[in-house]
Design a protein around this ligand. Structure first.
Ligand code: GLU
Length: 611
């Protein structure tokens, strides 16, 4: 697919076309070198958290980053010094004053937040490094990590700002006065001017926003740039202080953490989803890019991006619930046992969870389990489609498990394997003194375990030895017919682990009658894994399809325990049918009944899976 045909690319191109002619606002002039910008420059870029970049317009034109550097350097200060020391020097309150105001906390002298110049200059002084030169190296490293490429400084803009930045110079000395900056404030200020003069493109800024959206990891280079715990600190500051004096209206109307700069750059972050950047140097009276704001407003409105507008129902984490009556395990049981199990099978419930399971989703699941408790005995939590499990959610699941186990119920997990995030959260939050939880490879094994548990709670019935008359395939036969059949049966014994039937085998035409032991019918899947189709015990038969003329075996049969069986070859039955066609007719009738039963079960399973 060519990128120009992607819907979002076409959408962004249309936005660009719409606002290209919007000529309100003016290029800033207070830094003389910035006045040289072309007022018509206009780029829009979106980078997704999986690293796909959409770009329209002037996405590669270099310009100086200015205040859009502030959240990045704040992230670096948090990473280098820790939250406490940074908070002691720079606050987190919106100032309500202009970006270059000399607004310091009247009590402590600390700047109100890191997005106004006073706070940003203080923050620049907090990044790692014993000297200003070392701190500058760190700043370059951080900005390069955010952009995903080495960055350099526009020396003309730097000189221009340094020569005219009297107000910022005054701010730096104020910070010195209140001990917010230790040592000589001038080298710190020069680093700040340089940091603002780092050259970026609109695309770089979109990658920077996407890194913040992606939990602090650059979506292309994979490099961790912000500590995971501090991403939300940076985004909070951007949400409340990122858009100069327009921050309140911005949060109200657009509702995305953002930061703009006087050279015309704007970044906005949709956490977990994507980063957005716009570059257009025409600024409004607050110092924000006019087109930048227009684009963000329209996108937020049309795509419903406001972070407080997101309402995902916690019930979505539960994709479906089924009982062992609807989907029994693949263990086939002798008819009386199967009948007993059917009476109680709806007491086994499988809950299939999906997506990102956080506290609210787990709370919903826990409440569903509790509600179902009176008419349930066992719960299976299928984690196969869970992409993320919060520690708080894992803690809730353990808690309800302990609670229900204490009431004599079972709560087990299935399909955790390969879900490293889920496994880690469950292990991390295992309550002290807890013996751990049961976890099964697949739902089939979990269902079987729950069925056995239910059955063993009732009177034990030892499986009957298979007698010829007892096999359902021979049911309704006369004594005479049974004698004739018995003469044609051959005894076959197998040790545990033996392969009795191999899938694909064409020569073998025997039907097996299991007299003792257990076997499993197994399908080999294309990915090399195996799927159990059924487990059979004494009194059941297998391999009957040869009587219907199907030659190649469709699945393998393994002896799970030592096995004693009888076999009847289809050819021998055909020979017998020459004089006694009624025997073959009776067997085929019994087989049809059995197949009809299996088909009904399969249909029910399809119904549950498709629901
Ligand atoms: N270097 C500029 C200043 O301190 C940045 C201003 C901004 O982009 O808000 O004045």
């Amino acid at each position: 697919m060519s990128p120009t045909t992607l819907p979002l690319q076409r959408y962004l191109a249309a936005l660009h076309e719409k606002y290209r002619t919007m000529d309100a606002g003016a290029v800033t002039t207070y830094i003389p070198e910035l006045a040289k910008a072309d007022p018509n420059w206009f780029g829009i870029c979106v980078v997704t958290t999986d690293g796909y970049a959409y770009a329209v317009g002037d996405s590669e034109v270099p310009f100086t980053i200015q205040s859009v550097s502030k959240p990045a350097i704040y992230a670096a200060a948090l990473a280098d010094r820790g939250r406490g020391p940074v908070l002691r020097k720079v606050g987190v309150e919106p100032s309500g004053e202009a970006f270059n105001s000399i607004s310091l906390d009247p009590q402590t002298g600390a700047p109100l937040n890191p997005m106004i110049n006073a706070g940003a200059i203080a923050t620049t002084g907090l990044v790692a490094g014993a000297t200003a030169a070392q701190q500058w190296e760190r700043i370059v490293e951080v900005m390069s990590n955010f952009c995903g490429r080495p960055v350099t400084v526009d020396e003309d803009v730097y000189r221009s700002e340094s020569e005219t930045g009297f107000r910022n110079r005054a701010i730096a000395w104020m910070l010195k006065n209140f001990d917010v900056i230790d040592g000589d404030p001038m080298p710190v200020l020069e680093n700040y001017f340089r940091q603002c003069s780092i050259q970026v493109t609109c695309l770089d800024l979109a990658f920077m926003a996407a890194t913040l959206a992606n939990g602090g990891v650059h979506p292309r280079t994979g490099k961790r740039t912000v500590p995971a715990d501090e991403v939300q600190s940076v985004l909070s500051i951007m949400a409340t202080c990122g858009m100069y004096d327009y921050a309140g209206s911005w949060l109200y109307e657009v509702g995305l953490p953002a930061k703009s700069g006087v050279s015309g750059g704007v970044i906005a972050v949709m956490p977990g989803r994507f980063g957005l950047a716009i570059f257009s140097p025409r600024l409004d009276e607050n110092g924000n890019s006019v087109r930048g704001i227009a684009v963000c407003q329209q996108m937020s409105r049309e795509f419903g991006l406001h972070v407080f507008g997101v309402s995902v129902s916690p019930s979505l984490v539960l994709s479906r619930v089924f009982t062992a009556l609807e989907v029994p395990s693949r263990r086939l049981r002798p008819p009386p046992v199967a009948a007993r199990l059917r009476q109680v099978a709806s007491r086994i419930k499988c809950y299939c969870l999906q997506g990102e399971v956080a506290f609210d989703g787990a709370e919903f699941v826990v409440r569903s389990l509790m509600q179902a408790t009176p008419e349930s005995d066992s719960f299976i939590l299928d984690m196969h489609r869970v992409s993320y499990l919060a520690d708080s959610a894992a803690w809730l699941l353990h808690d309800v498990r302990q609670l229900l186990v204490a009431q004599g119920k079972a709560v087990v997990f299935s399909r955790i394997r390969g879900r490293a995030v889920v496994e880690a959260a469950l292990r991390r939050t295992l309550p002290e003194g807890d013996n751990g939880y049961l976890s099964f490879e697949d739902n089939d094994l979990a269902l079987e375990w729950c069925e056995e548990r239910l059955l063993s709670a009732e009177a034990e019935t030892s499986p009957p030895e298979g007698t010829v008359a007892g096999f359902p395939l021979f049911s309704g036969m006369s004594e005479r017919a049974l004698t004739l059949l018995r003469e044609r049966l051959r005894s076959m014994d197998y040790p545990a682990g033996a392969i009795i039937i191999s899938s694909g085998e064409e020569e073998d035409d025997r039907v097996f009658f299991l007299r003792e032991g257990e076997v499993s019918v197994v399908l080999s899947l294309a990915d090399g894994s195996h799927q159990r189709l059924a487990t059979l015990s004494a009194g059941m038969s297998f391999g009957e399809m040869v009587m219907l003329g199907s030659r190649a075996r469709s699945a393998s049969v393994h002896a799970d325990t030592p096995v004693r069986s009888w076999t009847l070859s289809a050819r021998a039955l055909d020979e017998l049918a020459v004089d006694h066609p009624e025997i073959k007719i009776a067997i085929l009738k019994n087989l049809s009944l059995d197949l009809a039963h299996k088909l009904r079960q399969a249909n029910q399973l399809i119904g549950v899976l498709a629901a």
